[in-house]
Design a protein around this ligand. Structure first.
Ligand SMILES: [Zn+2]
Length: 215
């Protein structure tokens, strides 16, 4: 079968059009996607491959040129952005933890043995309750003693001292109640701060997980 005539003159036309384009500086390149040869004007930054239609960016390193698939570049850029976001995010969590550590220390209460601990409602009730109990016991016993003393008809100053005696117990009861109230307030404040911190941290961690899943 005889070949159609235009098939044999095809390359000639192609060469001719190449010659026309020689007037501007052209660099030979290969498509990074299908490795087809490309000819690109020297100053071009982007080219679309005529064979596979891939959009390419043109990279120049010294006197050598190469192409990179634009989607790959975009992908790499987005990956970096995600990584940076994830790093920033974990730094935020660390900062929150450090801040909380300082905050926690500021809520510490010191007992009479110089030990630091966090205020709890249970602790407030136990310590304050002991003081109140001691005060009640003191009042009851001291009242009994002073009643007995006055009934025995102790003279002068011995009659006044036993009346003052039970008052110390009442003071203790008052001090114990004050202690309970103030410790409860402290533990309330601490618990509320702790809840805020936990809430914030949970949010940050779940966002971190989301970022990790995305990348
Ligand atoms: Zn191509």
């Amino acid at each position: 079968m005889k070949r159609p005539m235009f098939a044999s003159i095809g390359p000639f036309f192609l060469n001719e059009s190449r010659c026309e384009r020689l007037s501007m500086k052209v660099i030979p390149l290969n498509c990074n996607h299908c490795s087809a040869p490309l000819e690109v004007a020297a100053k071009a930054k982007f080219v679309t491959c005529g064979f596979c239609k891939t959009r390419l960016s043109i990279q120049q390193t010294g006197s050598t040129y190469s192409t990179e698939v634009l989607e790959d570049l975009k992908e790499a850029t987005e990956q970096i952005a995600r990584d940076v976001e994830a790093i920033k995010h974990s730094a935020t969590i660390e900062r929150l933890d450090r801040q909380w550590e300082r905050d926690r220390m500021s809520h510490m209460v010191t007992n009479k043995h110089g030990q630091h601990s966090l205020p709890t409602k249970g602790g407030a009730m136990v310590v304050g309750g002991m003081v109140v109990g001691f005060g009640i016991l003191w009042t009851v016993i001291a009242t009994g003693i002073s009643t007995a003393a006055s009934s025995m008809g102790a003279p002068g100053v011995f009659r006044i001292i036993p009346m003052v005696f039970p008052l110390f117990g009442v003071l203790f009861v008052g001090f114990g109640i004050f202690n309970i109230v103030s410790m409860l307030k402290k533990s309330e404040a601490y618990e509320s701060r702790h809840r805020d911190y936990m809430q914030k941290r949970r949010e940050l961690v779940s966002k971190q997980r989301q970022l990790d899943d995305d990348s």
